[in-house]
Design a protein around this ligand. Structure first.
Ligand code: SF4
Ligand code: SF4
Length: 377
């Protein structure tokens, strides 16, 4: 691997004209309210370079990467845009664990990602896609944690975090181990499942990176209901970012961006935004009211209802229903229904009720499927 310089303590860049900054837990790092998820960079090197340079110019100082995005090209697409500026921004790396992960293999992966990015060290490295059931692979003697601690001792990694989609109670357990400086979980107006874990992180002084703050683009769609619930007369993506950053325990909203317009608009949405704790409580109450109006019971995508005799993906249909009926993301829902292959469409349902009897949330699945049919046909 190429070690290009030793670890340094240069302060991260700031541009207080255009960006706000927040502490990343107790790391002492001050991260931009908007961070850059590099998992959506296009296969367009000149554009990527311009985008990343402009992001840095606007004060974005955290870039999330891993070798495992974009078919292995994410870090290759990122590196040229951050070249020469990495002393003053965070470019994170990430790798997962499994039964065959050893300290040696984990170390090799860290070195490989440093090499691709042209970094001397990671200011921040994440254990990716972690689940509580795989935690022993991290902790065991000769496992990934040994590699991370050694890399920290050598200055190759400064701070460590984890990312994943495990149950919120398991995210809390992992945060409570005290091993991590931060975690990264999905969080947005239509997915607040991790709110208890985010609250606990605040109590523990653990930083939180919110991934999918715009729900992977779902919240690009206009929604009068969300605008009213949040109480901001702005386009939905701006409302989405402001909601996430109104949560006092969020360190940064990490958005996957791949156009200059998206970057400029997102920076404009958060750069001058001063969140107030009481506004966050009102926003949550507004979102709760939307759920109540739609019958309260929401799919948690547990998949206990699997085994539909006509092979419908009930969770997917419930998600479309929720976005359409509760959050009034009508354009998104219409497009999602139209994009379903014929065999996955709601009119295939025979209304046998087998799924309903297995649903722990006692959702009236057949009723909701019936309501989706007119828009799908
Ligand atoms: S009610 Fe419809 S979705 Fe549910 S199991 Fe029966 S056919 Fe499948
Ligand atoms: S069992 Fe209920 S909550 Fe779970 S995926 Fe199916 S509909 Fe959703």
């Amino acid at each position: 691997m190429a070690i290009v310089a030793s670890a340094n303590s240069e302060p991260l860049i700031r541009n207080d004209e255009t960006m706000k900054y927040r502490p990343l837990g107790r790391t002492g790092l001050s991260v931009s309210a908007l961070s850059f998820g590099c998992m959506r960079l296009a296969d367009d090197p000149p554009l990527n370079e311009k985008l990343l340079s402009r992001a840095i110019e606007l004060g974005v100082n955290y870039f999330e990467t891993t070798r495992f995005y974009l078919g292995g090209t994410c870090q290759h697409r990122t590196a040229p845009g951050v070249k020469g500026k990495t002393d003053r921004v965070i470019v994170s790396g990430k790798s997962g664990l499994g039964a065959d992960t050893t300290a040696h293999s984990f170390r090799k992966e860290i070195e490989l990602q440093l090499d691709i990015l042209g970094l001397s060290h990671f200011k921040f490295y994440q254990v990716g896609w972690i689940q509580w059931k795989n935690f022993p692979y991290l902790l065991r003697r000769g496992g990934a944690l040994d590699a991370l601690r050694r890399a920290q001792d050598e200055g190759l990694v400064q701070h460590i975090g984890f990312t994943g989609h495990d149950e919120p109670e398991n995210v809390i357990k992992m945060a409570e181990t005290g091993l991590f400086d931060s975690f990264t979980v999905p969080y947005n107006m239509i997915n607040r499942a991790y709110e208890p874990a985010i609250r606990r992180a605040g109590e523990l002084g653990v930083g939180v990176v919110a991934m999918t703050p715009v729900a992977g683009g779902v919240l690009s769609c206009p929604s009068p209901a969300l605008r009213e619930a949040i109480g901001l007369d702005l386009p939905t993506p701006a409302i989405a970012l402001r909601f996430v950053l109104s949560n006092p325990n969020i360190s940064t909203a990490c958005s996957g961006m791949n156009t200059m317009q998206m970057l400029e608009e997102n920076v404009a949405s958060v750069g001058k935004f001063e969140p107030q704790e009481e506004n966050f409580q009102q926003m949550c109450a507004g979102l709760d009211r939307l759920r109540e109006k739609a019958g309260g019971r929401f799919c948690t995508f547990c998949n206990y209802c699997a085994g539909c005799p006509v092979k419908l993906n009930v969770g997917q249909l419930m998600e479309i229903w929720q976005h359409d009926k509760a959050f009034q993301l009508h354009d998104w829902a219409r497009d999602a229904l139209k994009a379903l292959p014929e065999e996955a469409r709601p009119d295939r349902c025979t209304f046998c009720g087998a799924c309903e009897s297995k649903c722990p949330n006692t959702i009236n699945i057949r009723e909701r499927i019936k309501e989706l049919i007119p828009a799908a046909t």
